[in-house]
Design a protein around this ligand. Structure first.
Ligand code: HEM
Length: 503
């Protein structure tokens, strides 16, 4: 104690001014190193990002990081340094290299926050070997064959939604909210054969806000893993300050109860839990707890993503009456030929090229995942846009950035133009850069489920109702892990349909 007092005292060997001087020298040397000598010093980006790893969590916490990233790339080019050791990549070739299947760009440290202490978490798992073993256990249940088998569940929820919407002719309604209720009920129906019943009551009992808060908090704390670990260690003393922890408590308990409620384990349920329980017979490592973790992921990863996508599709169609009309013409011409039922089947939807183009284009402009999907550069490093980037650097791309890169999409990259997907020459190239569902071995396992939902619901709504945006209705965006959209106020009225034509 005495030695420390002497050291700090103005007359001590160093004294307080001396200590402050040392601190300034140390900080100065650090800043100098990061700006001029770090291996990625020449990668352009805001000064503050070069010197502190808190810059990106700060951006994420503000709620519009998806748009901020686009602006940063407009300002600095295809490669932007967003942290002392982190680069946001918009360069098409480097993007392909990072997310190519079978490469060695593994998920970065931020995913350990996503995973927390969950032993079975496909999205958060950083160990590729464990991930691949776990994914194999569940992959079949999410394959296209299995998903089409879930179609009757989606029909039930679509019918419930259409019935409810018929009660709202006249006043504008928040159609986005209704589609969110729909997306949740579908997850309940396909996972547990039990829609949560939200569409029926028109209410979510505060669940949506709770989920949004959890994802919002995850959005920034994911990029501050050290802070997260301190918080978790100190939690018994300071209590829980992070809404992201809900993921392992409230929502997990909810999923566990649903799995345990399935007492009739050999029953003929056409749902994901039942499929996973049959896998369990041969592979006991897929135990009930792991199934519950997987179902928590269904709710977390599969409901808000789909509802954001639905909001974007309907909004873009209503904002572009010419495109809306073209979609209607395609559907009407099929209907006249007796080739459409209501709800529209997945197979029928697949045979509507313009509908498919609309879905791709809306997901291009409004991909639900707004954050960068960060990966560690493997041994050997990589070169991006002429910059050598050493192993261990964190690199990542946000779909919002790569989906707006003019080198890929052309000068009209910001415009809603479904027609671009009908151009056979370019379509396969566009699909190589379509990143809404991620890429490589970590692509979204639920994409077939989403495609089933959106390709059935959108045309069914278009056929049932005339829809018009309410005066001054505009979408507002809020990003935290996912992009949340709100404000889709719509007037709906009935369309004349010849019921004889519709089987
Ligand atoms: C519009 C809808 C959806 C979008 C935009 C979307 C987006 C994504 C993205 C971008 C990833 C990659 C994340 C990364 O690399 O860090 C992903 C992974 C994942 N998604 Fe989705 N998703 C959607 C729907 C769903 C649904 C419906 C489910 C489940 C029912 C689901 C479950 C998962 C899972 C489990 C993963 C982790 C896969 C793995 O790493 O093996 N998603 N999703």
């Amino acid at each position: 104690m005495e030695a420390a007092r002497q050291l700090l005292s103005a007359r001590g060997p160093i004294g307080l001014p001396g200590l402050l001087g040392l601190l300034v020298l140390f900080v100065g040397a650090y800043v100098f190193y990061e700006c001029f000598f770090s291996p990625i010093a020449r990668v352009p980006g805001p000064f503050i990002a070069k010197v502190t790893s808190l810059y990106y969590p700060y951006l994420s916490r503000r709620g519009h990081v998806h748009r901020d990233l686009v602006e940063l790339h407009k300002k600095y080019g295809n490669v932007v340094r967003i942290g002392p050791n982190t680069i946001s990549v918009g360069e098409p070739m480097a993007f392909r290299e990072i997310y190519k299947a079978g490469n060695k760009f593994y998920k970065s440290q931020s995913y350990s926050v996503l995973q927390g202490t969950r032993p079975f978490d496909l999205a958060g798992q950083r160990n590729e070997k464990i991930h691949s073993e776990q994914r194999k256990l569940v992959a079949r249940s999410y394959s296209m064959d299995s998903v089409v088998y879930l179609e009757p569940h989606v029909d039930t929820v679509i019918n419930a939604l259409v019935t409810r919407l018929k009660g709202f002719y006249g006043e504008p309604i928040d159609l986005g909210y209704w589609m969110q209720l729909f997306a949740f009920d579908v997850i309940g129906a396909i996972s547990f054969s039990r829609p949560f019943g939200y569409v029926e009551v028109g209410e979510d009992n505060g669940l949506f806000l709770r989920l949004q808060r959890a994802l919002r908090s995850l959005g920034w704390v994911k990029h501050a893993p050290r802070l997260y670990r301190w918080h978790q260690t100190l939690m018994p003393i300071i209590g829980n300050w992070l809404a992201s922890n809900d993921r392992n408590t409230y929502f997990f308990e909810f999923a566990t109860k649903e799995v345990q409620a399935r007492t009739d384990r050999d029953g003929d349920y056409k749902d994901i839990v039942s499929q996973l329980l049959s896998v369990q017979k041969a592979k006991p490592e897929l135990n009930d707890t792991n199934i519950a973790f997987m179902m928590t992921t269904n709710v977390f990863a599969g409901s808000d993503t789909t509802s954001t996508t639905l909001r974007a599709i309907v909004y873009l169609l209503l904002k572009h009456p010419g495109k809306y009309r073209r979609l209607m013409d395609e559907l009407e011409s099929k209907r006249r030929k007796g080739e459409l039922s209501l709800p529209i089947t997945f197979k029928q939807a697949e045979s509507c090229p313009y509908l498919q183009a609309v879905l791709y284009e809306a997901m291009r402009l409004y991909p639900a995942a707004g954050d960068i999907l960060d990966r560690d550069v493997p041994p050997g490093g990589m070169t991006i846009d002429g910059h050598y980037v050493p192993a261990g650097t964190v690199v990542g791309t946000s779909a919002w950035v790569i989906h707006r890169t003019p080198e890929i999409w052309g000068t009209d990259a910001e415009e809603f133009c479904p027609e671009r997907w009908l151009d056979e020459k370019n379509e396969s190239n566009f699909k190589r850069f379509f990143f809404a569902f991620g890429g490589g071995s970590r692509t979204c396992i639920g994409r077939n489920i989403t495609w089933l939902e959106i390709s059935k619901l959108v045309p069914t709504l278009v056929m049932h109702f005339n829809m018009r945006l309410a005066d001054k209705a505009e979408l507002t965006e809020d990003c935290g892990t996912l992009v949340f959209l709100s404000g889709l106020q719509v007037h709906i009225s009935p369309r004349e349909l010849d019921q004889k034509v519709l089987s």
